[in-house]
Design a protein around this ligand. Structure first.
Ligand code: ATP
Ligand code: MG
Length: 426
């Protein structure tokens, strides 16, 4: 047995066959919906200058840095693989002056993100995110629109009923500072003792990791959130009720990266179904643009973990549900060069016809035992099988089988398309 000398990296996976089908299915459903809302696709690099990420986070060293893949390039610049899309997307938006049209600008993207984490189920080192970002408005209706779109997407995937939307308002950075100062003053010593922390406590980190929540009697952040933020939050709740988007207020929901302000949300798989349960997370980040430019661009966005959706969908549905139900035409024509050429010509003929031409697979491999390969093909979800083997070549005909209805016809090469057409009428 040949042993592979180098394997893929920890937390980075290969996907193929049915996995690809499901991943593409998710992507296809998303694209169908997002087009209806006129979001524009945006693509930006996977690698960025490390400073871009560093400048965007006050607590960079605790949250971003640890999870980031960074390295020095040949020009001595520190580069980082993007751990998320929001920052790169906004950088691209500003650098390309896409704000100049003065409209509300809405973008979506999909692509790999990289985080140096401890891999486990639903947590990888390379994973895909679908992202949505709306730039240019402070109004909460933009936030609502985002939630409405995501709801539609989850409904289309048939998973909406398994999910719960959790929301909160985290106020301004100042509010959070006030809160932390309060906790520090009043409970600092107590926390140190309880958690056995020797050095300085990073309260932001404790908040983000939900560690503060174990202290049930502590006041919650919402008691420190400014009035405007609370009113905005009430408005959002009101509209969510109106639109029948179910949610749960979670006062402990903070979101890791501190560029967020006010409204934040996470869509979670209801706990009885899954452990790593957040499939979509996002919120307002009206001040992020200030970290990377001198512009003030109000924004709201979110990202969806593609693999987490895919794992969950596989768990709750039988894989078969996602197998391509379109017409598949499989051609076995590798008996000799004459049959192979005929196979190629038939593919072209089908492509030039009015037939619904999904997935024509022309198998060029020579098989000693055609019957055993046909048995294998029967297991797949293939509708039409075209055979040009020894018998066919000598008898000057082509065999066409309808595998769904177990019918077969031997026809002249001129009648291939017609015959398939007749089969497909049923
Ligand atoms: P978590 O709390 O699970 O670590 P996060 O807050 O770090 O998530 P975000 O940065 O908000 O996640 O990313 C948005 C979404 O991307 C998550 O809700 C999740 O679905 C997905 N995601 C994040 N990290 C990973 C990962 N390491 N592997 C797979 N998917 C991930
Ligand atoms: Mg994380």
């Amino acid at each position: 047995m040949n042993k592979l000398k180098i394997k893929s990296l920890k937390g980075m996976h290969d996907y193929f066959y049915n996995d690809i089908y499901i991943l593409n299915y998710i992507e296809k459903c998303f694209k169908k919906i997002i087009l209806l809302y006129s979001f524009k696709e945006i693509r930006f690099p996977i690698l960025e200058n490390n400073l871009l990420f560093k400048n965007c986070s006050n607590n960079y060293f605790d949250i971003f840095c640890k999870e980031m893949y960074s390295f020095i390039d040949k020009n001595n610049i520190i580069l980082s693989l993007r751990p998320e899309g929001t920052i790169g997307c906004l950088r691209a938006y500003i650098q390309n002056k896409l704000y100049l049209n003065n409209f509300l600008n809405k973008f979506w993207y999909i692509g790999p993100m990289f985080r140096y984490e401890n891999p486990q189920k639903g947590r990888f080192r390379q994973f895909y995110q679908i992202g949505l970002e709306s730039y240019g408005s402070l109004n909460f209706i933009v936030d609502i629109e985002l939630l409405l779109i995501i709801k539609k997407f989850f409904k289309k995937l048939n998973i909406y009923n398994f999910l719960i939307l959790e929301i909160n308002t985290i106020g301004s950075i100042n509010d959070r500072k006030k809160y932390i100062n309060f906790i520090k003053k009043k409970y600092g010593k107590y926390i140190k003792k309880k958690l056995n922390i020797k050095n300085n406590i990073n309260y932001f980190k404790l908040m983000d990791e939900n560690i503060l929540n174990i202290f049930n009697d502590f006041p919650k952040l919402n008691k420190f959130v400014n009035k405007n933020s609370l009113i905005n939050f009430e408005n959002i709740c009101d509209k969510l009720n109106f639109l029948n988007i179910k949610y749960k207020i979670n006062y402990n929901l903070i979101r890791g990266i501190n560029y967020y302000n006010d409204f934040v949300f996470e869509w979670k798989i209801k706990s009885k179904y899954n452990k790593i349960n957040t499939v979509c997370a996002g919120g307002r980040y009206n001040y992020l643009s200030k970290y990377i430019s001198n512009l003030s661009i109000p924004a709201v966005g979110c990202s969806i973990g593609l693999e987490r959706l895919y794992i969950f969908m596989k768990e709750i549905n039988k894989e078969k549900k996602y197998i391509n139900k379109n017409i598949d035409i499989y051609i076995l024509a590798s008996y000799n060069n004459k049959s192979r050429l005929l196979g190629l010509l038939i593919v072209e003929e089908i492509l030039n016809s009015n037939l619904n031409k999904n997935n024509i697979f022309n198998d060029h491999k020579y098989y000693n035992n055609l019957n055993s390969i046909i048995k294998k093909i029967l297991k797949y979800n293939i509708r039409i099988l075209i055979i040009i083997d020894k018998k066919e070549i000598f008898g000057n005909f082509i065999t066409i089988k309808d595998l769904f209805f177990n019918k077969q016809k031997k026809v002249n090469k001129l009648h291939v398309v017609n015959t398939i057409n007749n089969f497909l009428k049923f």
